[in-house]
Write a protein that binds this ligand. Structure first.
Ligand code: UDP
Length: 372
């Protein structure tokens, strides 16, 4: 065996695991099917602007250890995500907060907002929300649900809000203060110089082969490493033998515009059904950029099909049940660790991916001598 670890996928999970292995003196080979490292956090410079090629990634965490960990690889700026939502000809602040409610109902106090929401949900009698629609209604009332949640969610997930799990909307803060910070986390920012640089640093000391498909590679190199860390799609690993899991994909239409400032904010969501895209990202605003040009990406969400990039696992009951059967197969697969959004079929944020990779490494290397 030439390597201790073969890591499939040079995204965040794979890179953190690789770095932890190298730090302990292991020999590591990392493969990625794409022609670059970084997975979906990959950023590339265009017109002096770091463009998030696979969708906007804003780092946020409440875990000081994870924040310190990631700060070893980059300095983070003080960006705070405060998206705007456009519904037809109306404009609101996100997440759902007093700015949103005051614009929606022309009110000022938290009490007035709470009364308005209560009035809208009284007759619904939702005691325990069973799905995303009930969760959203019971938190925010009918107006907010219909203008800011329903259309956006159905475009993003391609499913009725009553068929989606409520945890998706629980990701978003909902508060009765005038606070437009999209996240509740204590630490937040964008790495100066882009995410790709972080992954490059994490992968120092490993051999990396991009443009290499693991499923082809393993035909000729089945005995190349003692252990495998697999961060691709778990159902593909098992050749879809129990059936295919569903994923959502995103298509980006990216344009360089000859203007300095197109929309005045990094993230603008389009929450009605009629606009075909879910949001427009203007990348320079993540870094307070002053370049003469700007780069924008429109995001179109679709069902994943073979050949497309998978982005979001669809964690509804049907898919979770199928995943648990793949998970049982994975547990029997000696010497393979499954990790990341695709390997664990989980709607992970970046900080949680890092935490999971560190945990997997700790488990793996428990008791072995550490080289600092
Ligand atoms: N969401 C919404 N309206 C918005 C933004 C988000 O209803 O304007 C809902 C939607 O269901 C979405 C979920 O909140 O899937 C999570 O949004 P988030 O921005 O966290 O998604 P991500 O950035 O991971 O795509």
């Amino acid at each position: 065996m030439k390597y201790d670890y073969l890591i499939v996928g040079a995204g965040l999970f794979g890179a953190v695991f690789a770095r932890e292995a190298v730090r302990r003196g292991k020999k590591v080979l990392v493969l990625d099917r794409r022609d670059h490292i970084g997975g979906n956090i990959y950023t590339k410079e265009t017109e002096g602007i770091q463009v998030h090629q696979y969708g906007a990634h804003i780092f946020h965490t409440s875990d000081k250890k994870i924040w310190e960990y990631v700060n070893q690889f980059a300095e983070f700026n003080n960006y705070i995500n405060s998206p705007i939502a456009i519904y037809k000809d109306e404009l609101y602040n996100l997440p759902f907060n007093m700015n949103t409610f005051s614009k929606m109902w022309n009110i000022r106090t938290p009490r007035e907002a709470q009364e308005k929401i209560q009035e809208q949900i009284r007759e619904l009698n939702i005691t325990e929300p069973k799905n995303l629609e009930e969760q959203a209604l019971s938190l925010a009332g009918r107006d907010v649900y219909e203008k800011l949640i329903k259309g956006y969610t159905e475009k993003q997930w391609g499913r009725d809000c009553r068929e989606l799990p409520s945890f998706i909307i629980k990701r978003l803060p909902f508060r009765f203060t005038y606070d437009n910070n999209y996240f509740n986390d204590r630490f937040q920012g964008i790495p100066m110089g882009g995410y790709t640089r972080i992954v490059e640093k994490m992968l120092e000391g490993c051999e990396v082969r991009t443009g290499t498909d693991y499923f082809k590679f393993r035909k000729e190199h089945s005995e190349i490493a003692e252990k495998i860390v697999f961060t691709g799609m778990i159902d593909e690993y098992f050749d879809y033998r129990l059936g295919a899991l569903e994923y959502r994909s995103v298509r980006f239409e990216t344009e360089v515009l000859d203007c300095e400032n197109y929309q005045g904010n990094a993230v603008v969501n389009y929450t009605d059904r009629e606009v075909p895209y879910t949001r427009i990202i203007e990348h320079k605003h993540f870094e307070f950029g002053k370049q003469p040009k700007t780069v924008i990406s429109r995001e179109y969400s679709s069902e994943w099909k073979v050949g497309m990039e998978p982005y979001y696992p669809v964690n509804d009951e049907k898919n979770n049940e199928l995943y648990s059967r793949y998970r049982a197969l994975a547990e029997k697969e000696n010497n393979v660790i499954f990790g990341g959004r695709l390997g664990q079929y989980k709607y992970y944020d970046m900080d949680k991916v890092i935490a999971a990779a560190l945990e997997a490494a700790e488990h793996e290397f428990a008791g072995t001598g550490e080289k600092k």
